[in-house]
Design a protein. Structure first.
Length: 306
């Protein structure tokens, strides 16, 4: 056949459609609230917990009993995290619509730093060496075993265990998406919500079934654990654990929280000319320290699902 369809039309790049994989939503700022600090390293006061009942009964004419309080200090030390990307003049001049090399480069660097921050917080918050008040589920007790497990009971036990250890009732339950996927089909929970309008398990609905209705957040960010040049090895940052903790939404004096992100410099973006590369460099930096400040108000469930 002559002419063919190719003779009538030459393929060009679409200007209204492009493909880019999008990761999940970051939750690390919820788990470890952010605290602005003036210096990259400093100390902060911690009041030693004292719930002891003093003797206050006083006989006529005698002095009242004296009680004391104790202080100790802890410290933080911020580190700088920085990445950059280069945009060459020839790339910029030859880029077709809808490509925008400067914006694409900046977004790529910011996404990578966000992923790194999420991983740092998850590695601390889900660490049994940090959260000493923990339990490991196995066999029929894991929530993926629908016949033998009791997820609501396990979470409730964790809430009361953290309260007993710290005096502060947890207001946050953090779990990986792999855990939430199992809970969405768990018969015990479906039975509790069968008369709701939707009958679908959500984070908010799960919260309403727990003592004190703590906020439930689900970490769904993924990362590639392979080395450069190897095959992609995708996994979940938040894994198969569940954290039950108190997180202070408004950090301040004489308040308690499982952890904080002390940051001296919030994320900043800089752009400058690199003549030797015949292009521009875009760099994003942040200076911060992710730090546990009151591990006693947390409880960790390890291997919640198989």
């Amino acid at each position: 056949m002559n002419p063919t369809r190719r003779d009538y039309h030459q393929d060009a790049v679409l200007t209204a459609v492009s493909i880019k994989y999008a990761n999940g939503d970051s939750i690390c700022d919820t788990v470890f609230p952010r605290v602005k600090v003036a210096k990259e390293s400093d100390k902060y006061y911690k009041y030693v917990r004292n719930f002891r009942l003093p003797k206050a009964l006083r006989a006529i004419g005698s002095e009242s009993n004296a009680i004391d309080y104790n202080l100790e200090t802890d410290s933080y030390f911020c580190e700088e995290y920085a990445l950059h990307g280069d945009v060459h003049d020839r790339e910029r001049k030859n880029a077709d619509v809808p490509l925008k090399p400067d914006i694409d480069c900046t977004e790529n660097v910011v996404d990578a730093l966000t992923l790194l921050r999420e991983k740092r917080v998850a590695d601390i918050a889900f660490n049994a060496a940090v959260v000493l008040n923990n339990t490991t589920l196995a066999g029929v007790n894991q929530w993926s075993d629908y016949a033998g497990s009791d997820p609501l009971g396990d979470i409730a036990a964790g809430i009361y265990s953290a309260k007993a250890a710290s005096g502060k009732k947890p207001n946050l339950v953090v779990m990986g998406e792999e855990v939430m996927i199992q809970l969405e089909q768990h018969p015990d929970i479906l039975e509790r919500i069968k008369f709701t309008q939707k009958g679908v398990i959500t984070a908010d609905l799960l919260s309403s079934l727990l003592p004190g209705a703590p906020r439930v957040v689900v970490g769904d960010l993924m990362y590639d654990d392979s080395q450069e040049g190897d095959s992609e090895d995708l996994g979940y940052i938040w894994g198969k654990k569940v954290l039950i903790a108190y997180a202070e939404a408004s950090p301040g004096i004489k308040k308690i929280s499982f952890g904080y992100q002390f940051y001296h410099q919030d994320r900043e973006t800089a752009k400058w000319r690199e003549d030797r590369l015949k292009g521009d460099r875009i760099e994003v930096t942040e200076v911060a320290d992710e730090h546990t400040v009151a591990a006693a108000c947390a409880y960790l469930i390890i291997d919640a699902v198989a």
